[in-house]
Design a protein around this ligand. Structure first.
Ligand code: MN
Length: 191
């Protein structure tokens, strides 16, 4: 199997001002593409070629894990946003957030804190377990909660390449701005 980079469901400038067209152009057009190209190169003519991407992420190590997970993470990340996004979640997900974190504002604060306090490159995640319990986790490099038996709902990329052109060293501002473009319909459907 060969992986094809999915087209973005919006124009490159559609997420401004939260994420600039220039950042999307490099982040989607160069970084995400390179991870997918590397993934294809690494699985070619191996037992991994016919394996589900999620299973590669759960089982592989080293360069294959890094590129498989980075490919998955970036596709998931860019499909979590919409120019019509923002606002607040509703339904069962909102109920779970309110129950576990006390309020949507408190959830956002804890999620931002997890992203800001991660030293170096990585990701912050909202995931659920088999019982619908929510988890905020952070991890370095290509980390993915699938490794821990969780199901990802939302992620913010805290690698500098995700925000440096727009925010330089101001990671907290970069993360805060992303709430304006989160597509809660998609996040709720993942829940
Ligand atoms: Mn990235």
């Amino acid at each position: 199997m060969e992986y094809t980079q999915p087209n973005l469901p919006y124009r490159e400038d559609a997420l401004e001002p939260a994420i600039s067209a220039r950042t999307v152009s490099f982040h989607y057009g160069k970084h995400e593409k390179t991870y997918i190209d590397n993934l294809n190169r690494l699985i070619k003519n191996t037992d991994y070629a016919d394996m589900q991407l999620e299973d590669i992420i759960r089982q592989a190590d080293g360069a294959l894990f890094n590129n498989a997970s980075q490919a998955w993470n970036h596709i998931f990340y860019f499909f979590s946003f919409s120019p019509d996004g923002g606002g607040e979640p509703s339904g069962e997900l909102r109920k779970a957030i309110d129950e576990q974190f006390g309020s949507f504002d408190q959830f956002k604060k804890e999620f931002e804190d997890a992203g800001v306090s991660l030293f170096g490159s990585g990701w912050v995640w909202l995931s659920k377990d088999d019982n619908g319990k929510l988890f905020i986790t952070q991890g370095p490099n290509a980390t993915n909660p699938l490794r821990d038996g969780l199901y990802p709902l939302l992620t913010f990329d805290v690698w500098e390449h995700a925000y440096y052109l727009d925010y330089q060293n101001r990671r907290a501002d970069a993360l805060k701005a992303l709430w304006n473009i989160v597509d809660w319909d998609i996040v709720e459907s993942r829940y």
